[in-house]
Design a protein around this ligand. Structure first.
Ligand SMILES: C[S@@+](CC[C@H](N)C(=O)[O-])C[C@H]1O[C@@H](n2cnc3c(N)ncnc32)[C@H](O)[C@@H]1O
Length: 223
């Protein structure tokens, strides 16, 4: 074994003890836009591939994220889907009391993580195409009232059981054939409600999904 390979293997072993893994990136397909340097290659690269399928298959519809926080994932959605409207659903003040009660009484999570240090303005400022963004600020599902649209891609990243279940109930019927829903935290032991919501909804409606080994564990639903 060459010295370089030996050293690389030692480095890979060392970072693996921190839960980080070196992996080859997707080698045989061009990325739609350079991936941002972050620690969730699997999630962002899968989004890029889904985007390419949506474009290639001419899947109609707009894009939405429920659970925006400071807009990191939404920024990538806005960059990729530059010609589609992007709905941004969040309280922009953290979890709602009624969702936390469900979390704690069901033992899904503590519901204590604080996502209040953000604002719709902060999010819009980082968007490459802010004119495409429609902010729906407040408690979901109330903020979806009156919205009658079709979606090609939806990110559900609200962490908690109740909003994720409500998100699936609202968006799945409005998902265009060939579209995708990403449910973050499907395999996150700190947010067991996400797993429960996906299982419940998918079993009730005979829907399949693919679990991703990204950070948090996303479930990918398609139609
Ligand atoms: C993990 S953060 C989202 C992270 C974000 N997608 C990113 O890329 O960084 C979860 C967000 O879901 C929002 N949220 C949770 N339940 C909600 C509800 N019922 N209505 C609106 N927003 C909600 C919280 O306010 C919080 O900002």
């Amino acid at each position: 074994m060459s010295t370089a390979r030996f050293l690389f293997q030692k480095l890979a072993q060392a970072v693996a003890t921190k839960g980080l893994y070196f992996t080859k990136s997707l080698n045989y397909k061009t990325s739609p836009a350079p991936l941002p340097p972050n620690l969730d290659y699997v999630r962002y690269a899968t989004l890029g591939l889904c985007y390419q399928e949506i474009v290639a298959r001419k899947v109609p519809g707009n894009v939405a994220e429920l659970g925006v926080y400071r807009g990191d994932f939404a920024k990538r959605l806005n960059q990729l889907f530059a010609d589609r409207e992007l709905y941004l659903f969040d309280t922009f003040s953290g979890f709602d009391r009624q969702d936390i009660v469900t979390e704690q009484s069901s033992g899904f999570s503590t519901g204590t993580q604080n996502f209040a240090d953000t604002s719709a303005e902060t999010v819009l400022q980082k968007m490459p195409h802010p004119q495409q963004c429609i902010v729906r600020k407040g408690f979901f599902p109330a903020t979806a009232a009156g919205l009658d649209d079709t979606f090609c891609f939806v990110s559900l990243d609200a962490d908690l059981y109740q909003p994720i279940l409500e998100g699936l109930a609202f968006f799945y019927p409005r998902l265009a054939p060939g579209g995708y829903i990403f449910v973050h935290d499907f395999n996150n032991d700190e947010y067991k409600g996400a797993h429960q919501a996906v299982l419940e909804f998918c079993q009730a409606h005979h829907i399949g999904f693919i679990p991703l080994p990204d950070s948090g564990g996303t479930a990918v639903i398609t139609k």
